[in-house]
Design a protein around this ligand. Sequence first.
Ligand code: NAD
Length: 276
Amino acid sequence: MAEQNFPTGDLMKGKRGLIMGVANKNSIAWAIARQLAAQGAELAFTYQGDALLRRVGPLAESIGSDILVECDVTNDDTMDNTFATLKEKWGKIDFLVHAIAFAGKDQLAGSFVDNTTREGFKSALDISAFSFVDSARRASEIMNDGGAMVTLTYLGSERVVPNYNVMGVAKAALEACTRYIAADLGPRGIRVNAISAGPIKTLAAAGIGSGRHMFKFNKAASAMQDNTDPMGVAGAALYLLSDLGLSCTGETHHVDGGFHAIGMPQETPLKEALAD
Ligand code: NAD
């Protein structure tokens, strides 16, 4: 992500929340964290294993966060510890950002019907969809009424995107989970939404076959004829997690330069992109 200044202000002043899913400075969760911090939020972070601590630690420190907990969403002990730590340090939280997904590389290439295995399917759905249900339940136990949650999804849930395969199925489940969680927590004023981001160059995106084609095609075929800016995703998260987003819940909000709205792309940019 190019060095950018996130708009500052007080929209998140007095609010505390957990960010799950920062791997490095290119992570979408990091753009969201920076935007929330620029608006006065106090943040805690999880990281997945020691290898990532070297990257996430300095990032968290750079915005004054001192709650950093190791958490693998497939490990109940680390999930227990994450939310117990928040309860002990803060008592209550106001928001949750879930930006976690995984599928084995062998599941993200070629034929969906031929290459999707039982284990690959279970693991993708567990880490990429169930983990939001689990995190949301745990977060809701310590969340103030009127809080908010956001997860990250992708258009591959609604339409076929080559090589996205089982991750598309997991994202469809994640979006359905978002609606069900929103209904359960709505009476407490807790809003739950998903942001459907266009392709952004991150570690997770690098695992998907034909990544280069995906970025070129997305740029040429989107309404804005550009790739998605992580700042736009961070801005949408700010809206959904702050009081600006009042009454908005159960929604999947696209931030993808209008790619999702196009039925047939313009001929010239597409021809140029595909010839390149
Ligand atoms: P990223 O690689 O920076 O973040 C993915 C995160 O998932 C990492 O921090 C990783 O540690 C975490 N993770 C994976 N398995 C985990 C586990 N078992 N326990 C705990 N954490 C685990 O990539 P990103 O692109 O910023 O991804 C964040 C979210 O955004 C994902 O849900 C992804 O599907 C979604 N998304 C990404 C794009 C894109 O093009 N990059 C587009 C739309 C949606």
